[in-house]
Ligand binder design. Structure first.
Ligand SMILES: [Zn+2]
Length: 451
């Protein structure tokens, strides 16, 4: 019997879209302690959806003090591979609601895109798994050809702080031959991608002190350095004149990704006319194979209430994206050493180190990769690009460390215009359909014995 999976996916697509919208309406912001009830509501909603999609065993689970995750599973036919399908149900905060063209937590369709926080990152990942399961378990198809465990994490957007506890607590249920992390992007609206490398992530808070109390800037200004100016000079040493990271000891590699078209990239980034891109070398390498240092926050007097005072202390939070092949903790220590060594005017610099999430490099030569590439090519009508991504998925790295034999596939529901984490995040609906079909085909390919 020939099963038309494309038809089965088309039939289940409206239900997957409706479920996605239901999930988007729950503001499951993991960074907001006040949103804990919404995190639980979101987890229970996901659990109900997985049960409804045909998984007999579904639980809302935690490990240590983790936010709630959902684990569901269904055995496959004897001898079939077991596949772990990953997504996360927590989202980034919406930021300034005024920056959105529609309510971030009320999904709205405009021009073929569905807008709202989490429509893509990563509630669409949940919806893709639901669609793939339903397509195989529906009346017109032959049943699920592989064993499946679905893991929907609840704290990816805060860096998965409990990932090690979680993996330790549920290792038996999470063991799989193949893992599909549906939490990344595609190359373009026309070309799918498999993400083969991830940068690691770390950071620190640097504090600069020059005085034991604030001073009148007229009576003391000139010879007495203030901490905020000293901090600015210190932060300015993090990049050279070209905008390349100037911290010694960080790995800077090259990527197999095709080169990124600069004009299109500028447009997607929303870079203002006349503002130059930073750094040297191939854009694709800068985006995924090199380090990135960014000042993401400063504690200093706000402009509105600033007085003419020499500020005694100022702090900044510095984020570091770590290149594949580097050691995240060593990279963070190199950043800390750089800051200590470059204190201007003898200012006192102290550093509070943040957590370090390792970068990731996939093994791409195995059977699951062949199955995924043929599924993506069939769903999109064009071959997939293997590409590095600049972000981090801590769960991927931790999982790969615990289960080194599992083949890890990082697939995408996003496209370059998605604006994950930004205002007006959106899902391209045609891409969503292709992602659903590709995953359904992947599960079928994995079960076949002839490739
Ligand atoms: Zn995500």
């Amino acid at each position: 019997m020939t099963v038309n999976l494309a038809q089965a996916v088309r039939e289940v697509l409206p239900s997957a879209r409706a479920d996605l919208e239901r999930l988007v309406r729950i503001p499951s912001v993991s960074a907001d302690p006040d949103a804990a009830p919404q995190l639980w509501a979101s987890a229970f909603e996901v659990a109900g959806l997985l049960r409804g999609a045909g998984l007999p065993e579904v639980d809302v689970v935690t490990a240590g003090d983790s936010r709630p995750a959902v684990l569901g599973s269904r055995l496959g036919p004897p001898g079939a591979p077991h596949v772990l399908l990953y997504a996360h149900h927590d989202v980034q905060p919406p930021g300034e609601v005024a920056d959105w063209d529609s309510d971030p937590f009320e999904p709205a369709e405009r021009d073929g895109r569905l807008y709202g926080r989490g429509t893509a990152d990563d509630k669409a990942g949940v919806a893709v798994h639901l669609a793939a399961l339903r397509a195989h378990l529906g009346a017109s198809t032959e049943g699920l050809p592989v064993g499946v465990t679905v893991l929907v994490e609840g704290e990816e957007e805060i860096g998965s702080p409990a990932v090690r506890d979680f993996l330790a607590a549920y290792a038996d249920r999470l063991r799989a031959d193949v893992v599909v992390f549906a939490d990344a992007g595609n190359w373009s609206l026309d070309v799918p991608a498999l993400t083969t490398t991830l940068r690691g992530g770390t950071g620190l808070v640097v504090e600069v002190r020059t005085l034991d109390h604030g001073l009148h800037s007229g009576m003391f200004g000139g010879p007495v350095p203030d901490a905020l100016t000293a901090l600015c000079r210190l932060l300015a040493t993090l990049h050279d004149e070209n905008g390349d990271v100037a911290v010694a000891g960080l790995v800077r590699g090259t990527s197999d990704s095709p080169e990124v078209a600069e004009e299109q990239f500028r447009a997607e980034a929303g870079l203002l006319d006349g503002v130059r891109l930073t750094g040297t070398g191939r854009l694709a390498d800068r985006l995924s194979a090199g380090p990135a240092v960014t000042v993401i926050g400063i504690d200093a007097p706000p402009v509105a209430t600033a007085s003419n005072t020499l500020v005694p202390v100022a702090r900044a939070k510095v984020s570091l994206r770590v290149a594949p092949g580097d050691d995240a903790a060593a990279a963070r220590d190199a950043l800390a050493a750089h800051l200590r060594a470059h204190a201007p005017w003898g200012a006192r610099v102290t550093v509070q180190a943040g957590r370090a999430a390792a970068p990731f490099t996939a093994r791409t030569g195995g059977r699951a990769y062949r199955c995924a590439r043929s599924a993506l090519e069939a769903a999109w009508g064009t071959p997939a690009v293997l590409a590095g991504a600049g972000g981090s998925i801590p769960f991927v790295t931790a999982y790969a460390g615990l289960f080194p034999d599992a083949e890890i596939l990082i697939t995408g529901v996003e496209d370059p215009a998605t604006r994950a984490h930004g205002s007006n995040e959106s899902l391209h609906l045609a891409t969503f359909e292709r992602a659903c079909l590709a995953e359904a085909l992947l599960l079928r390919n994995l079960a076949r014995h002839d490739d």
